[in-house]
Write a new protein. Sequence first.
Length: 317
Amino acid sequence: MPVADLAVQLAGVPLRNPLVLASGIWGESGDSLLGAWNAGAGAVITKSIGSTPRPGYPNPTIETYGRWGMLNAMGLPNPGIDDYPKEIARARDAGATVIGSVFGGDADEFARLAGRMEATGVAALELNLSCPHAEGYGTEVGGTPEAVETIVRSVRRAVHVPVIAKITPNTADPAALAEAAERGGAAAVSAINTLRALAIDVRLRRPVLAHGLGGLSGAAIKPVGLACVWQIAQRVSIPVIGVGGVATAEDALEYLMAGASAVEVGTAVAFEGIDIFRRLGTGLAALLDELEIPSAAAAVGLARRPPDAPGGPSHAR
Ligand code: DHB
């Protein structure tokens, strides 16, 4: 039996393990959130919810590349904040730790949505500042340090729960976005969201996805996510949640060692089903045991550089 302790603290929220269901995957209904919790997730993040219902883009919305990546442009489909609280109640009442994800078109809309989401009893909020292709949302409104700081600050003034800023890798210096989130009062940052990407159908002579551009996720982006987390963890003092291509216990441990306090799992759930959380939990405990690391918390930042080493914080920019 594995003995390593998987429990971690994330921005003051106790998690039974650091393996969190990523937003946008499996999190639309209360039952699906609960399914992820019952499969062993340490917390579950809702689909990104907006002010009004959105049907999303027409099909095709997804293209896969074997098991190494997934391209999607769903168009932020969601039932809207008026309709959503009952789904959260369903998962919360059954004991799940739920984090609410919201997306807005400006700081005021984010703050309003955050207040509504907080009222559902979520443990924390994640701000989608990073969808790589939706007109008027995501990176279009949250892609610069100034915008991140303004939005986070306005949300912080509206709520009491911890605010997590999910930042984009589609910029020259993602860690500058994390620093801006910290200045604005974020309790944590999650990195990364999907990479803006495109697939072309040469026979049809047009993009594969109806929307054209999409977001690339999965194993293909893990090295990019790790680089962002590693740099961010050296430049902010708030916790980092690693996202991008976690499909095995070793992937999760890489993110912890890079400096993440928890990881989000998305595409691997789409590929392998929700039981991946059980496998990841068992596998992570066994791997920590094998490496004689007593706990998930003790692994955080083990691969960070000492301050003045080449590649360390003063060289991380
Ligand atoms: C969508 C949203 C995202 O945040 C993302 O990274 C990819 C796709 C969407 O709803 O289309």
